[in-house]
Design a protein around this ligand. Structure first.
Ligand code: BDR
Ligand code: CA
Length: 345
C-alpha cells in the first residue's frame, strides 16, 4: 500500500488525540513529525500530551516538536473547559521520559517539506501559528508540499468560539490569513483542503461508536458510556489505549451535552486526518478564502468567495459534505484491530 508522508500539527486536545491514534493505526500513513501548537491548552502541555500519547500508542519513535508559546499577535487563549484541565478530558497520562526535538516546530515543517519536495502532506488540526512561522522561513512551502489539510473555519455555518468564528482560526487569525495568502497563487492541485465546522459538526461520535471500538479491539468490558453514569466514572475496559481514550472522550461528550448539542462529540480533527490520507472522504468546492482581522464582532471569521466576486483566484478547496456513518465505520475498522497489537512504549 502506498504511504503518505505526513507532517502533523496539533493542539492536543481530545479530538486531536483521536486523530493521532487514527493515523498511528493507518498503514497508509507515515508520520514524519508531530508539531505542538498552543490552542486547546498551552503549547508546553500540548507537547507533553503528544509525547505521552504517542508513547501509549506504541510510537515513542515519532519526533515531537515544540511550537510557539503565543500566536502571531497577542496572548494565547486556551479552552480547558472544552478539553479538560490538561487537554485530555478526565485522562491523566504519565509524563514521558523522552525529550522534545531540538528543532522548532516551524523548522521541522521546513526541513521535512524540503527533504521530499512534492511528496509530503501537511495536516493542521490546531491554530496555524507554526505553519505561518514556517512560511516566513520558506515561502515556497505551498509548492514544496504535496497537499495541505486544515481543520478550521466556518463558512455557511455558525462559529463555535464567537457567533461567526471557529476555534483554530480564532486563536490566531493573523496566522490563518498568512497561510491562505501564501496559497493565493498556488496551482489548483496544491490548494489547501479546508475542513470547516460546516462538515465537522456532522461528524457526531456517540457512545455506541466507542462501544463498537472496544468490541473491534477485543477490549472488555465493552462499556456503553451514558450521561447518567455517576460523576467520576472511569473506563474499566482492558485495552490501555482505549481506556485512556474513553476517559478523554467522556469529558468531551459531557461538554457537548452541557452546550445543548446532545450526548455526542464532534470529531473535527479525526475527520481532517482521514482527508489527509484520502481527500475523497469529502465533497469539496473551490473558493477564495480570507480571514477577518479587524471586525469588532467578526475577528477570526473565515469568509469564502464562492463566485469570484473579489476577482481573485481560488486559494482553497473547502469540504462541503461528508458521509459520517461511513467515516465512523472506517474509524472503528481501522483503530479497533490496530490497538489489539499496540505495546505502549
Ligand atoms: C477545533 O477546535 C479545537 O478545540 C478542536 O480540537 C478542533 O481542532 C474545532 O473548532
Ligand atoms: Ca485541535
Amino acid at each position: 500500500m502506498p504511504t503518505a508522508p505526513l507532517i502533523v500539527d496539533v493542539d492536543t486536545g481530545i479530538d486531536d488525540a483521536l486523530a493521532l491514534l487514527y493515523l498511528v493505526a493507518s498503514p497508509d500513513a507515515e508520520i514524519l513529525t508531530v508539531a505542538s501548537t498552543g490552542g486547546n491548552v498551552p503549547t508546553a502541555q500540548v507537547a507533553a500530551n503528544n509525547l505521552a500519547w504517542l508513547d501509549l500508542c506504541g510510537r515513542p519513535d515519532i519526533e515531537v516538536t515544540l511550537g510557539s508559546a503565543v500566536p502571531l499577535v497577542g496572548d494565547l487563549r486556551t479552552t480547558e473547559d472544552t478539553h479538560g484541565p490538561q487537554g485530555l478530558g478526565h485522562a491523566v497520562l504519565p509524563v514521558s521520559s523522552r525529550p522534545l526535538a531540538e528543532r522548532s516546530a516551524a523548522q521541522a515543517w521546513v526541513d521535512e517539506a524540503r527533504s521530499r519536495p512534492g511528496e509530503v502532506t501537511g495536516l493542521v488540526t490546531g491554530p496555524l501559528t507554526n505553519l505561518a512561522l514556517a512560511l516566513r522561513i520558506e515561502p515556497e512551502l505551498p509548492r514544496l508540499l504535496r497537499r495541505l489539510v486544515i481543520m478550521g473555519g466556518a463558512f455557511n455555518h455558525p462559529g463555535n468560539t464567537t457567533p461567526k468564528s471557529e476555534w483554530n482560526i480564532s486563536v490566531d487569525p493573523e496566522a490563518a490569513k498568512a497561510v491562505f495568502d501564501a496559497f493565493s497563487d498556488a496551482p489548483a492541485d496544491r490548494r489547501p483542503l479546508v475542513c470547516p465546522l460546516d462538515v465537522t459538526e456532522t461528524i457526531e461520535m456517540r457512545p455506541e461508536h466507542l462501544r463498537r471500538l472496544a468490541v473491534a479491539a477485543g477490549s472488555e468490558p465493552a462499556e456503553l458510556i451514558t450521561a447518567q453514569d455517576p460523576p467520576g466514572t472511569r473506563s474499566r475496559t482492558s485495552n490501555p489505549v482505549l481506556r485512556t481514550l474513553f476517559d478523554a472522550i467522556r469529558f468531551y461528550l459531557h461538554f457537548h451535552d452541557d452546550h445543548g448539542q446532545g450526548f455526542l462529540a464532534h470529531m473535527h480533527d479525526p475527520f481532517a486526518a482521514a482527508l489527509a490520507l484520502d481527500p475523497t472522504w469529502a465533497r469539496t468546492r473551490p473558493a477564495t478564502v480570507d480571514v477577518e482581522l479587524d471586525g469588532t464582532l467578526t475577528r477570526g471569521c473565515t469568509v469564502a468567495d464562492w463566485h469570484g466576486m473579489w476577482g481573485r483566484d481560488p486559494n482553497a478547496e473547502i469540504a462541503v459534505a461528508a458521509d459520517p456513518d461511513a467515516f465512523f465505520d472506517h474509524l472503528v475498522e481501522r483503530i479497533g484491530p490496530a490497538v489489539r497489537h499496540i505495546t505502549p512504549g
